[in-house]
Structure formats: structure tokens, C-alpha cells
Design a protein around this ligand. Structure first.
Ligand code: SF4
Ligand code: MG
Length: 329
């Protein structure tokens, strides 16, 4: 199907007092129109930096995009001027974050903020904007819309705030929604409800979603395809069913072994020995080398993405006998 977003050879560095960290190193991904594409990995793997790069939200300095292209329907977002960037951010790509309090203004009511966002994009009078807000809140299953519009953000629960954010993000009818850990701050039950709403609405509206998470369970519930990231590299890309049926990369296998049960800490990946490498002086080849039980001399060269099945690619030398094929769809 049609490709909506292509990230090609994206590299991002951050300079700090200890040196320059290569946070993303020639990362490439393609999102097909209408799919929910997950990017999963531990804190610091570069997934949020990648998501923010798409909207040019990397603070420069200390950040710097050193290579690559980010093509939205063929247009390179990295080349857009400020005026075009405003259009892209307002009409084509929306983003929701882990903590909606940081995107909602605490001193204005929910209604004020929703109307303002709507009226930026559509020529609506106050009454029409109000009606549209109520409709949007119903769609995210907040039926008591009138009372919610009169409230300040801190008067809502975390789950309600995140629903308001989803409603606002979808109100401009974007082509692409970037969701960065949108339910991580919520308890498991509320998380499930919010994910169900997000999945249903994006399917209904035909919105493509780039879904960032550290949680394989959330990937399984939500995504069509997924990229696994480790230390600034994409190590595996697959359909979710295929990844869960047969994960190939040693790191992915470790992640799968660590899917926590409901009462365990969802952030620990204790069964993978070792630690993530320093991104200031990363290993030259596979960045998983120090933790990998299969590491060989050849792993000092960066592996390409090898095809291991329909729509399933892995960046690991164990699979180099499989036909080499860059991921392009
Ligand atoms: Fe292990 Fe080598 Fe594969 Fe990296 S490329 S995961 S070190 S076998
Ligand atoms: Mg993050």
C-alpha cells in the first residue's frame, strides 16, 4: 500500500559536557498509510528523538540532525521553511505525549483550549466550535462534554486528560499522529481503555500512527507493524504477529522474555545481562555486541537488514545467509 512517511538514514547527535552522543545512527523506516506502526525499545534507545525529529522538535543545540531525510508523501520535512512547518504541524501531523499536563495550559479551561485549537484550523464561530468540541469529546467517550469543557486540566483524571489530548490531536484531521508513550503514565485498566479509543478512532479516520512505547504488551494490543530499536539502531522490523511468533534478533528475544506480568515493574528488562552502551563512544558495528551471547568478529561491522520472512527484517549477522534486502516497503 501507499507509503505515507519515510525516514531515511536519519542521524541525530546531542552534545554534552562528556562529548557528542550519537543518539540515532542512520535509522530508516517506512510507514504505510493507515497503519499503526510501533517503535519499541528501552529508555534512551532513540525512539522519542526519532519521533520528535519528524516534527522538528529536537532542541538545536544541544541536538543536531547530521544526516537523513524525513519524507511525508515525498516532501522532506527537514527542508521545510518555518511557514511550511507550521502548516505541517497544524494540519498534517499531530503529536500526543506521555503527560498531557505539559501540553495543556493549566490556567485555561479545557473548552477554551479546544476551541482555540479548532479555530486555528477551521473558520468556526464560537457556537459551532462549541458544538464541534462536544462532538469530539463524545467520540473519545467523554459523554458529559459540557461539564468537561468548563473544567481546568488539573480537575480531570489522567485518563480523561489523555482523551482530551486525543480529541484535540485528531480535530485537525491529520494524516499522521505521533503518539509518544501516550498511556505510560496511566494505570493498566485506564491504559487499555485509552488505547482502545486511540486504535478505533485512528482506524475510523484513516490516520497513520507512529506509536512510541517501551512496552511490548502495548505493541501487541495496538500495532500492525513494529520496529525494535536498540541504542540508536533499528534492529528488527516486522508485522506484530510475525514478531511475536518468531522474534529473530537476540535483543528482541530478550525483550520478549521480559514481557512483565501485570504486577511486575514494566520498565525492567532484568533477563538481558549487561548494560546499554555509551552512545558517546558506541561500538563500531552491532551496538548489542557486548550483551550478545552469539557475538563473533564479524559483528564489529554493522549488519545490514536481512529479510527473514514476508515483511520481516533483522539487522544481525546470524541471518546474513538469508537474502539481503533493504527494508523499503
Ligand atoms: Fe549478536 Fe552479532 Fe547479531 Fe549483534 S550482529 S546481535 S552481536 S550476533
Ligand atoms: Mg521517551
Amino acid at each position: 500500500s501507499e507509503i505515507l512517511l519515510q525516514i531515511q538514514d536519519l542521524s541525530v547527535e546531542f552534545s554534552g559536557y562528556r562529548g557528542i552522543a550519537k543518539v540515532l545512527d542512520r535509522v530508516s523506516l517506512s510507514l504505510r498509510a493507515g497503519e499503526i506502526f510501533g517503535v519499541v525499545g528501552e529508555t534512551g534507545c532513540g525512539k522519542s528523538v526519532m519521533a520528535k525529529s519528524v516534527l522538528r522538535l529536537i532542541p538545536e543545540p544541544p541536538g543536531r540532525i547530521t544526516s537523513g531525510r524525513i519524507l511525508l508523501r515525498g516532501e522532506d520535512i527537514l527542508q521545510a521553511d518555518n511557514r511550511r512547518l507550521r502548516t505541517i504541524r497544524g494540519n498534517l501531523v499531530s503529536m500526543i505525549f506521555q503527560e498531557p499536563m505539559s501540553s495543556l495550559n493549566p490556567v485555561f479551561t479545557v473548552g477554551n483550549q479546544m476551541r482555540e485549537v479548532l479555530q486555528l484550523h477551521r473558520p468556526l464561530d464560537r457556537h459551532a466550535a462549541e458544538t464541534t468540541c462536544i462532538d469530539l469529546l463524545r467520540r473519545v467517550q467523554l459523554p458529559d462534554a459540557a461539564s468537561i469543557l468548563a473544567k481546568y486540566p488539573h480537575e480531570l483524571s489522567g485518563g480523561m486528560r489523555q482523551r482530551v489530548m486525543i480529541a484535540m490531536a485528531l480535530s485537525c484531521d491529520p494524516d499522521l499522529l505521533i503518539a509518544d508513550e501516550p498511556t505510560t503514565a496511566l494505570d493498566v485498566t485506564v491504559q487499555g481503555q485509552v488505547l482502545a479509543i486511540l486504535t478505533r478512532l485512528t482506524k475510523e479516520q484513516g490516520v497513520t500512527v507512529l506509536f512510541i512505547t517501551h512496552d511490548m504488551g502495548v505493541v501487541a494490543q495496538t500495532c500492525n507493524r513494529v520496529a525494535v530499536m536498540y541504542a540508536g539502531h533499528v534492529v528488527e522490523v516486522a508485522e506484530v504477529t510475525s514478531l511475536f511468533a518468531a522474534p529473530r534478533h537476540p535483543y528482541t528475544k530478550g525483550l520478549m522474555a521480559c514481557i512483565p506480568t501485570i504486577d511486575e515493574d514494566r520498565e525492567t528488562l532484568a533477563s538481558i545481562a549487561g548494560t546499554v552502551p555509551e552512545l558517546i563512544a558506541p561500538p563500531p558495528g552491532c551496538r548489542f555486541i557486548a550483551r550478545c551471547p552469539h557475538a563473533k568478529a564479524v559483528c564489529n561491522e554493522r549488519p545490514g537488514l536481512f529479510s527473514v520472512g514476508p515483511d520481516h527484517f533483522v539487522a544481525c549477522h546470524l541471518y546474513r545467509s538469508d537474502r539481503r534486502q533493504e527494508e523499503s516497503t
